[in-house]
Design a protein around this ligand. Structure first.
Ligand code: GTP
Length: 386
């Protein structure tokens, strides 16, 4: 089926304009989330296709030169939007070098036919490749629908551009002026519609996926210390318990509570107390193995999980943590704030009736004993205590 080429250009321009309006509107609230850059790209895309629509009726520098420069600008904006969505710095000079190159090349070659078409295709191919490489590189979950859409949009544009290059190389450039309607033009120009829809939907979806990931992260992280919050560490405890039960391997659960923490708050203020909590959390995370888990269980209480660790190993780890804390007092402004931990420890191979609530309860009872026994010490609970 052969469509009228200027009509396809006009429809793509209209679609891009509507999408641009939606993206710019969506980007009003969060200025740096990449939506406005995506919207600007779609606007440039729409204007480029408006220029193409005038081919044959307006001067070539406008319909071809400005048109293709605007298209290159659109791809540059999509790249900027992609990087913004991923919270990456935008290398503006590198991104906008290619539209500038397009403008310069077309200013020089506008009176030629094949060289100007070749130059325009080459710059656009480079931009599509760059966009696809960045999409691939920043894909956190390579199978995400947003990344797939952008890769597909880039890939389809690339095919369209390569078809044009082949046509130019085989002497069929005469078939490709923007006001001629034939099958080759219909295929090549319709690809613009697909690209606009895929890029705009891909960018919106990518921003949505990123926001969802940020929300998931916020729901599981303690905002003060940056380590797992109570919900996350309890979920980790369930997981480790199940794993240890299935494998028949030991697990150690330690509850660490800062001694006389209230005094720090009362003497130096809550900000000083916060600084102690932050530094204690950082120290714990730094001293523990990657496979160990640590989370803020309550106010000044931390829950530590040591998978595959028996009684002796757990005591060594806990003693190491206590020694590290003793050797590295917290600092707040000019103040040096020494602090100590009491620890309740449960270790063993979890049995069929052991729930995480129950085992943490045992560690809590042991912690209470450590407090009652004078603080700054460790008490064992469960089978290991025997
Ligand atoms: N600065 C700060 N203080 C907190 C935070 N969460 C809880 N607290 C304080 O931690 C203190 C805990 O006090 P207590 O439960 O009496 O415990 P403690 O003073 O450490 O005494 P022992 O545990 O018996 O050694 C309270 O004053 C809480 O207000 C927080 O996020 N920041």
């Amino acid at each position: 089926m052969i469509f009228n080429t200027p009509t396809i250009f006009a429809s793509v321009a209209l679609v891009a304009l509507i999408m641009a309006f939606c993206l710019i509107l969506a980007g009003q609230e969060h200025k740096r989330d990449g939506m406005r850059a995506g919207g600007a790209g779609l606007l440039a895309h729409a204007l480029a296709y408006c220029c193409y629509t005038l081919y044959g009726e307006a001067p070539l520098w406008l319909t071809y030169g400005v048109g293709n420069t605007l298209l290159a600008l659109a791809l540059a904006c999509y790249a900027a939007s992609l990087l913004r969505i991923h919270g990456q710095p935008v290398p503006w000079s590198r991104i906008f070098a290619l539209p500038l190159l397009m403008a310069a090349a077309l200013a020089l070659l506008i009176e030629t036919r094949e060289p100007r078409m070749f130059a325009a295709c080459l710059v656009l191919i480079l931009q599509c490749l760059l966009l696809m490489v960045w999409t691939w590189r920043h894909a956190r979950h390579p199978g995400s629908r947003a990344h797939l859409l952008l890769l597909l949009g880039g890939g389809i544009s690339l095919i369209g551009l390569l078809l044009r290059v082949v046509a130019i190389a085989t002497g069929a450039a005469a078939d490709l002026p923007y006001n001629v309607s034939n099958l080759r033009q219909t295929v090549s120009v319709s690809i613009g519609t697909v690209t606009v829809i895929m890029f705009s939907l891909g960018l919106v979806l990518m921003a949505k996926e990123r926001t969802e990931a940020a929300l998931r992260e916020m729901a599981l992280r303690d905002p003060l210390t940056g380590i797992a919050n109570r919900r996350a560490i309890l979920a980790a405890c369930e997981r480790e318990l199940e794993r240890a039960r299935r494998a028949g391997t030991p697990l150690a659960i330690a509850l660490l509570d800062i001694d006389h923490f209230k005094r720090i708050n009362d003497s130096h203020g809550h900000l000083a107390g916060d600084a102690v909590l932050r530094q204690a959390a950082a120290l714990l995370r730094q001293r523990l193995r990657l496979s160990d888990e640590v989370g803020r269980y309550g106010g000044e209480e931390f829950l530590v999980l040591l998978p595959d660790t028996g009684r002796d190993g757990a005591l060594t780890v806990v003693d190491g943590l206590r020694a590290a804390v003793a050797g590295q007092p917290a600092q707040f402004a000019e103040l040096v704030l020494p602090y100590r931990f009491s620890v309740g420890l449960w270790c063993g191979v979890p049995g069929a009736g052991d729930s995480s609530d129950r085992l943490i309860g045992h560690a809590d009872t042991a912690l209470y004993q450590a407090k009652a026994g004078g603080r700054d010490g460790v008490c064992l609970a469960g089978p290991a205590a025997a």
